[in-house]
Design a protein around this ligand. Structure first.
Ligand code: NAD
Length: 486
């Protein structure tokens, strides 16, 4: 008897649910009808996706800009399209190699058999995306999942409605729904989406929602990748060139208005260097945005009024708990046309550990600064908290750098810069612990969406029958010889 495809979905929840389950059934059928997905199928879809980006990139970037308020098209070009082009280019080049069966050596007691790993598509992959990089974080997983030969259903964020609607329109116009389907809607739709019995569910978003996704997926035994958030520390070592570091720290912090999962969340600075760091950060701000980012077209606004209000609340609470707030520029530009949601960057000196600012991922241009005297205290602070998605270290002292790398655990690390580990196609990108599980990018991303099937091919000259009962002296002698060879 066939089990129902969607056992945990109650179709009375909302009217479009039938369309959702029908869409899933179409993809599942297509994936089961073609388990061996040829290179040409994969390449053709990736190439078409690339040309969709080339043709409709400007319209998509305008949609992102309209959703945010201020989000320059150049930023979307760099942070979304450039990354996507690099990803797809690598997939197209490397696919023939990555798809090949991987020969593995055979231990002496199994010879002369041979064995290999067959790389197969998983089937139907669900992708749930966030709003902050709404194109990179939906189309990137789509490309990797297609490269691995899967069908993909995607639920982009409701907080970038124009972008998500255009994405749905374009993907449905250019591709068959058996290959990709976009499902639009808010948290209720997302919840129903996560209840579908995907062969893999790839989620990018907050740790809070990630927990719900993991629970929903567990009911179907659906494996997940959770790309979550967290508080990524940035350690300034005493051996650091402050003015060089300040530009890189501020660039990482202010990119997309601070709304980047791997933005440096807070800084550790050696005691006594606080004033020098503040001065270097002020100079860095001028270098990046002139007199002020507020009113600058390259400084993204906070995505919604609710998120803007939350940042203000975090700041007010830290101030009320005794932290010193230092404006890095004037929030009121007196006549210069600024978007009301462009949040002026601020430093918050020594915020208390119990403040929301130091408890929650900030996701905005507020930069807490904590002083330290001993390296051990920095490590103890980091290790007492949930494992971060990223960690940054600035300095010249290689031994100190190695100590941090060996004594902390984070999703990824960039030394003497911020963000850059995400851009390296050879590095796995993902979190650990509360910042997520599973990684993607490059071959690791291809394997994330691939079943690695072990295949053992027996030889006609195999001696396997020597291990069969009835057991006796011959087996004992054989085991004694093999024991010496192992
Ligand atoms: P979010 O968790 O609020 O939403 C993400 C997606 O989940 C949206 O599409 C939403 O509709 C959906 N969703 C909401 N409720 C759901 C439910 N019950 N079940 C299934 N899906 C549900 O995150 P956000 O605000 O869009 O994004 C910001 C967060 O994402 C930050 O924490 C940031 O650090 C993180 N993030 C992580 C990465 C990464 O690669 N690790 C990248 C970007 C953003």
């Amino acid at each position: 008897m066939n089990a129902p495809l969607t056992p945990f979905l109650d179709t009375s929840d909302f009217p479009d649910l039938q369309a959702l389950t029908d869409g899933f059934a179409t993809q599942r059928q297509a994936s089961r009808a073609q388990t061996d997905v040829p290179l040409a199928w994969r390449r053709e879809r990736l190439t078409r996706l690339l040309s969709l980006i080339d043709t409709h990139g400007p319209a998509l970037a305008q949609a992102v800009q309209a959703d945010f308020g201020v989000r320059s098209e150049a930023l979307t070009e760099v942070a979304d399209f450039f990354v996507l082009r690099a990803t797809i280019g690598q997939l197209l080049r490397q696919l023939p190699k990555w798809m090949k069966p991987q020969r593995v050596g055979t231990p002496i007691y199994l010879q002369p058999a041979h064995a290999y790993i067959q790389r197969q598509p998983l089937g139907v992959v669900g992708v749930i995306g966030p709003w902050n990089y709404p194109l990179q974080l939906t189309l990137g997983p789509l490309a990797a999942a297609w490269a691995a030969g899967n069908r993909v259903m995607m639920k982009p964020s409701e907080l970038t409605p124009r972008t998500s609607a255009l994405l749905a329109e374009l993907l449905h116009q250019h591709f068959d729904r058996a290959d990709v389907q976009v499902v639009l809607g808010g948290a209720d739709v997302a919840q129903a989406f996560a209840d579908l019995p995907f062969d893999h569910l790839f989620f990018t978003g907050s740790t809070l929602v990630g927990r719900k996704v993991a629970q929903a997926a567990a009911r179907n035994l659906t494996p997940t990748t959770l790309e979550l958030g967290g508080k990524s520390p940035c350690i300034v070592d005493a051996s650091c060139d402050l003015s060089e570091a300040a530009v890189k720290i501020l660039h990482g912090k202010l990119l997309n208005g601070g709304q980047t999962c791997i933005a440096p969340d807070y800084i550790f600075v050696p005691k006594g260097q606080e004033a020098a760091l503040e001065q270097a950060l002020r100079a860095a701000l001028v270098r990046l945005f002139g007199t002020s980012p507020v009113g600058h077209p390259d400084y993204a606004s906070i995505a919604t009024d609710r998120h803007h209000q939350r940042l203000q609340t975090l700041l007010d609470e830290a101030r009320s708990l005794g932290a010193e707030v230092r404006e890095l520029c004037e929030a009121d530009r007196g006549g210069v046309s600024a978007h009301p949601r462009q949040f002026a960057p601020v430093l918050v000196l020594q915020p208390p550990a119990e403040s929301r600012l130091m408890q929650e991922e900030i996701f905005g241009p507020i930069l807490p600064v904590l002083s330290y005297e001993r390296f051990e205290d920095v490590v103890a602070y980091i290790n007492a908290r949930p494992r971060p998605l990223a960690l940054y270290w600035f300095g010249k002292d290689q031994a100190a750098c190695q100590r941090v790398l060996h004594h902390t655990v984070s999703g990824g690390v960039t030394v003497n810069d911020t963000l850059m580990h995400i851009a390296h196609k050879g590095l796995p990108f993902g979190g650990v612990g509360d910042s997520g599980w599973g990684a993607y990018h490059g071959e690791i991303g291809f394997l994330r969406f691939t079943h690695q099937k072990g295949v053992f091919v027996q030889s006609p000259w195999a001696l396997g029958h020597w291990f069969y009962p009835p057991y006796g002296k011959r087996l004992a002698q054989l085991l004694s010889v093999l024991r010496r060879l192992m």
